[in-house]
Ligand binder design. Structure first.
Ligand code: 5GP
Ligand code: ZN
Length: 119
């Protein structure tokens, strides 16, 4: 399958992985939209939130459960944003389900604007 995130998960493409377990791989976004911008990606190839089946409950739970672990590792557990883009109109460009974890330093003057900006 010609999927960039599957290739990253399978270590066919070198990427800065920050956390991984049996269910997910978390790595730095290549074009960060925040000082901390990590993508939390399930090992299972599911296209988007719209493509989740009832058999995929664990997929979504494992993505969410990874967030505080990743935030802790990135030293942003005191505050971060989680986002899913769904479909082209929702800003999704990679068709392998992923959650964005974004964080800005406390003193980032742009943070207020970014809080509402789409990613
Ligand atoms: P989307 O817009 O689909 O929700 O987010 C996809 C994200 O993947 C974008 O923020 C983009 O910068 C990131 N991305 C795309 N290709 C690569 C890649 O090859 N490596 C990494 N680390 N990130 C990527
Ligand atoms: Zn994939």
């Amino acid at each position: 399958m010609d999927c960039i995130f599957c290739k990253i998960i399978n270590k066919e493409i070198p990427t800065e992985i920050v956390f991984e377990n049996d269910h997910i791989v978390a790595f730095k976004d290549i074009h960060p939209k925040a000082p901390t911008h990590i993508l939390i990606v399930p090992r299972k190839h599911v296209e988007s939130i719209n493509h989740l089946g009832s058999e995929d409950r664990d997929v979504i739970v494992e993505i969410i459960l990874a967030a505080p672990k990743v935030a802790e590792m990135m030293k942003t557990k005191d505050g971060y944003k989680l986002a899913f883009n769904v479909g082209r109109k929702g800003g999704q460009i990679v068709d392998h389900l992923h959650m964005h974890l974004l964080a800005w330093p406390e003193d980032d003057k742009e943070a207020k604007r970014k809080e509402v900006a789409p990613i």
